[in-house]
Unconditional design. Sequence first.
Length: 575
Amino acid sequence: MINPEKHLKVWIPVFGEWDEQNPVNLISVNPEPDGTFVDPEYGNSMLYWDFSKVAPMDSYVVVINYRLESFNVYTEFDSLQEFRYDVTNNDYQLNTRSTYLFDITPEVKKMTKEIVGQESNPYLKAKRIFDFVTKKMRYKFVRHTLGATMTTILDSPQKDTETGEIYYEGVCDHFSIFFVCLCRAAGIPARSVIGPVGWGPWITEDQLKLRSKLHTELTQEGFSATRLYGALAGHIWAEFYLPEYGWVPVDPTWRQFGFRSNMKLNFTKGRNLIIGPNAPQKKHNGYGDQWIPLHEGRVNAFGWGVWNIANIRVAKGKFLHFSDPFPADGYSEFANNLYPEYKAEVNVTNFKKDFILSLLTSKVKNGGIFTEENFVKDHWLNYTREAYLCQMLRQITGKENFDKIFQNYLDIRISEGRSISTTEFQEIAESYSGSSLNHFFEKIVNSKSLDQLGLEMQVDTLYTLIKQKDITSAVNSYNLLRDKYPEDFNFNKEQINRLALYLRNVNMFDESIIVYSWMMQLFPDWFEVYNGIADVYRYKGENKTAIKYYAKSLELNSDFDYAKEIVTAIEELSK
């Protein structure tokens, strides 16, 4: 039973400004909050409402609008560099301390010592811890049953029935806790980062859907969770601190070390955060966040609001986000290819070929037809199209001018905290190129035809090749194209393999066999080629041919257990 005087308080985090997320402009908040608070340890901001002060309603709604810039973070390390921490520094002590959540027990200390050994370099120690966590943790949704502390993780070990290996289970929450706690035990400052992740600016409010039915689950004690709607999912990752470098992003769940995507947004940093104003202290009084009640006035992970999870059954968190005009999203994606600098030209070339194959699979998916509707229906394909437009602009203006154009573009967005129209961006681009770019912006940017992108020939040619019945002829034709137009057709083995797998997965077995046949000529020593074509023949029911190719795969890689198991299963069925 809800008691309005006791159960209608809510605390919601505010996106903060950090090096990788800046500027953040809070545009509007409705209704006005009853209070604001900044946690005194990590500096996270939050807003507070007490809805017992307003007339009773069926539901209470808070709407917050922001504009923010989020950036990719890449890091490079000199593994021979020595790092020294100021252990008297408040931030060092805050982010290495033991808490009820990051409880550095004798067991944790022993585990940490075994992981890092005699290594003294904190970067290399953090990498060893990262490798250990990604090996020992397996993803399973257990937050509503297990809770989220280092102790609850270690108290619930699992044993692999086949290998006997001990491992632990959890979601991103637990991966982050495991990494942070071990880092702290090793004397490395570390903390969690909480926020929404994803991308979907085309989704409108009437299209919002519940992300997971798991959000409707209750704990044994009857605690509930915020139900998330929209393209953005809830996520928790981590970061550790290195002197002279700063905070280094780490995502054990996604196996990313030293990288943060701009599709991650930071709500808060740190765990076990002090909540205020007017938060319950010694007793949680039913208040908490995502199934876990407050602990002495502190929230386990602060991302989706603190509210009365014991008495209120339905709380919804809805995320809508919108993109700036071209080239905002396109440049965000294309710029990934420009780092590290020494790989930029190879990355750019491979990006074009990846895009060609994406266009080809779209044509396959639509029965051999490619029109502008393909881009309208496939938002991710259109996102990549805008990135490819940036690549075309780089070719037109030259690398040096291209870099200057986008530096100016970003400087204005950041310093003035506003979007830039495509027309204004064209003016910026022309000021550096020294010539008119009308054709590019009017004919190419505004068009969604393969002809205007200059890729119609490549896509049509590849489609014709994979539809040929004569495998030998198709392979020979591809080899000629690869030699004559290497920038468009000289695909690496991973690219061709993705195409072959896609064709297999949409039951285009004959077409997949043709692509694998290319690969057998190009990469005759790669065992995955023979495993792939064996799978296709097995799906077609041609088991004898499949066994022949599995055998070739095992000849190249005798440790490939998958092929052994499949062959054994086929032989058993044949008896």
